[in-house]
Design a protein around this ligand. Sequence first.
Ligand SMILES: [Zn+2]
Length: 181
Amino acid sequence: MPEPEFILLGDAIWLDFVNTARGRGAAPPDRLPDPAAWDRWVAALRLRPDADELGFDDVRRTRDALSVLAEALDAGERPPAPAITLLNDLLGRSSGSEQLTRAGGEWQLRFAPAGPPPALVAVARSAALTLGDPLLMVRRCAGADCSLLFTDDSVTQGRRCCSPDPCGRTARVERRRGLLK
Ligand SMILES: [Zn+2]
């Protein structure tokens, strides 16, 4: 069976997006080399195409900024300001309105989107949701040569690898030592 074009861990859309420039080996290929690849990625994630609103330069710029953001979160550092500015800029492209809704017997003021957001806005929203959840950690895989990023919301925050099977040489060594189950 041929290897799928994109690695989709399914943790968070924005990390699947950042992972298109990463992989399980040294010097992984860029899986978004051109606008056509971006279109295929958007289709694979079943997002709304946004080619008429945002250019491929925006896609590349956003991926670079979110990669820096993810690395900062993995390192336990404060999110870089340029990444937050970019996220807010993209979130500002959401169309919709505030609406009163009743939930659990309480009235709540909520933002109701007019429809599915453009793909890059959906990516930004995914990153914003991760940033807004203090229990959701972003981690880089512990596997040797693996640069993939994933989220860890386990109580122990003990997830180390991008896949259920330990990834790469480091993980295998740790498993032998009994550090990984
Ligand atoms: Zn890995």
